[in-house]
Design a binder for this molecule. Structure first.
Ligand SMILES: *[C@@H]1O[C@H](CO)[C@@H](O)[C@H](O)[C@H]1NC(C)=O
Length: 385
C-alpha cells in the first residue's frame, strides 16, 4: 500500500470515529418550573440558581394563553417573571454558557386545552400567537417555543399551530418543540406529521403508575415488570413508550426520553408487602416544597426521608424507597445513568427532565449539588465517580 493511501485510510478511520462520536451526543433538555422561585427555604430555586453547564436546553415553564385573549401569550406570574426578573435571570445564563439554548414552554398540565384549539382554528388568533411568540423570544433572547398542549385530540390543529410557528422561526434557526403523552394512541397525534414539523418531541415517559391504581408502582420504569399484564408491559414503561412513538413514525433523533426528578408516593397496606404490584391504600401526603398529594420531589425524598430504605428494582431498572408505611417509586443517580445508557444505545436525541429544580440543587442531603443532573452529565461523558 502506498503511503498516500495509508494516510487516506487514517483520515477515513478518524473521520468515522468523529462522526460516531457526534451521533452519540446526548442533549439534556431541562424543564424549569419557575414557581420554584417562591418555594420556602433551601427549596427556593430562582433563575440565577440554575447551572447553565448542566443542561444543553432550558425550557422555562410556563408562559400561558389567556382564555379571553386574542391568541397572544402572557406571563403566568408577572410579579415573578417580570418584576422579580426571573425570566431575565434565565436569559442571563447565556453569558456563562453562550451555547445554551432557551425555550419558552407554553401551556402545561393546568392550562385549558380548548384555548390552544381556539387559537389554532382561527387565522387571526394564530397570527397573533406567532407574532407574540416572536416578540417574547426577541425580548429575552430565547431560542424557541415549546407547545405543551395537554392534549390536542385533534391531529390537524396541532400541526397547523406548529407549522405556523415553524414558517416564521425556521429561517432564523429558532426551534419549535412539543411535550407529548407517553402513549401516542392517547391524545390524537399525527405522529408522522409531527415528526416532520417539530424539531423535538419531548415524550413525557413518566407518571406510569400512581396511587389511583391501588397498587405500588414505579413512576418511570425503564422496562416492564413480569408482575404486569402483557398490555401493561407494552405501554407502561419508557422503552415501550419510545418504541410506540418510533413505530408510528417518529425518528429517534427527534425524540427525547422523559425523566422525572420526583417520585410517586403511596401508603402501604402491609409494610412487609413492599414490592411493585403490592397493595396500596392511597397516596402519601403532600411535601412541604412541592405541595402535591401523591408525589414528592427528589429533595423531599432525600431530605425528609433520610431514614428510609432504598432498594433496587433490577427488572425495571429503577429504585424504590420505603420509610415506615411510605413507599415511593422514583429515579436516582443509578437509574438516570441507566436511562442515559439506553438513550445512547438507541440513538435518541437526549433526556428530558421534569423538572430540574426538584433535584437537591444546594447539596442539602450530604452529597454534591445537583446530584441527579450531575450524574446524567457524568454518564453522558462516560465519567465514573
Ligand atoms: C423494548 O421494547 C421493544 C419494543 O416493544 C421490545 O421488543 C424489547 O424487548 C424491549 N426491551 C426490553 C429490554 O424489554
Amino acid at each position: 500500500m502506498k503511503s498516500s493511501s495509508i494516510i487516506f485510510l487514517f483520515v477515513v478511520i478518524f473521520s468515522c470515529g468523529f462522526l460516531l462520536r457526534q451521533s452519540e451526543a446526548v442533549n439534556v433538555y431541562c424543564y424549569y418550573a419557575s414557581w420554584a422561585a417562591e418555594r420556602p427555604d433551601h427549596a427556593k430555586v430562582s433563575g440565577d440558581d440554575l447551572d447553565p453547564n448542566l443542561c444543553t436546553h432550558i425550557f422555562y415553564a410556563f408562559l400561558s394563553l389567556n382564555p379571553e385573549d386574542d391568541g397572544k401569550l402572557s406571563y403566568l406570574d408577572e410579579e415573578l417573571d417580570v418584576k422579580l426578573g426571573n425570566i431575565q435571570k434565565v436569559s442571563d445564563l447565556k453569558k456563562i454558557n453562550p451555547n445554551l439554548k432557551l425555550l419558552f414552554s407554553v401551556g402545561g398540565a393546568s392550562a385549558a386545552p380548548y384555548v390552544f384549539a381556539a387559537i389554532a382554528a382561527d387565522e387571526t388568533k394564530l397570527a397573533n400567537f406567532v407574532k407574540s411568540s416572536e416578540e417574547f423570544l426577541d425580548k429575552y433572547n430565547f431560542d424557541g417555543i415549546d407547545i405543551d398542549w395537554e392534549y390536542p385530540y385533534d391531529k390537524p390543529l396541532l400541526l397547523k399551530m406548529a407549522q405556523a410557528l415553524k414558517d416564521r422561526f425556521q429561517p432564523k434557526g429558532r426551534l419549535v418543540t412539543t411535550a407529548v403523552a407517553y402513549n401516542p394512541e392517547d391524545a390524537g397525534y399525527d405522529v408522522k406529521g409531527m415528526n416532520e414539523v417539530f424539531d423535538l418531541i419531548n415524550v413525557m415517559s413518566y407518571d406510569f403508575h400512581g396511587a389511583y391504581a391501588g397498587k405500588l408502582g414505579q413512576n418511570a420504569p425503564l422496562y416492564g415488570s413480569s408482575s404486569e399484564s402483557s398490555w401493561q408491559q407494552t405501554v407502561l414503561n419508557c422503552n415501550a413508550s419510545l418504541w410506540n412513538w418510533r413505530n408510528k413514525g417518529a425518528v429517534p433523533e427527534k425524540l427525547s426520553l422523559g425523566a422525572g426528578f420526583y417520585g410517586h408516593t403511596f401508603k402501604m397496606v402491609d409494610v412487609s408487602q413492599n414490592s411493585p404490584g403490592d397493595a396500596a391504600s392511597g397516596p402519601w401526603d403532600k411535601g412541604p416544597y412541592t405541595d402535591n398529594m401523591g408525589t414528592l420531589g427528589y429533595l423531599e425524598l432525600c431530605e425528609l426521608h433520610k431514614s428510609g430504605t432504598t432498594r433496587w428494582d433490577d427488572e425495571q431498572k429503577v429504585p424504590y424507597m420505603t420509610d415506615g408505611n411510605m413507599w415511593a417509586g422514583f429515579d436516582n443517580e443509578k437509574s438516570l445513568r441507566e436511562k442515559i445508557k439506553y438513550i445512547k444505545q438507541e440513538g435518541i436525541s437526549g433526556i428530558m427532565i421534569w423538572s430540574i429544580e426538584t433535584d437537591d440543587v444546594k447539596g442539602i442531603c450530604g452529597g454534591r449539588k445537583w446530584p441527579l443532573l450531575n450524574a446524567i452529565n457524568d454518564e453522558i461523558k462516560n465519567k465514573n465517580i
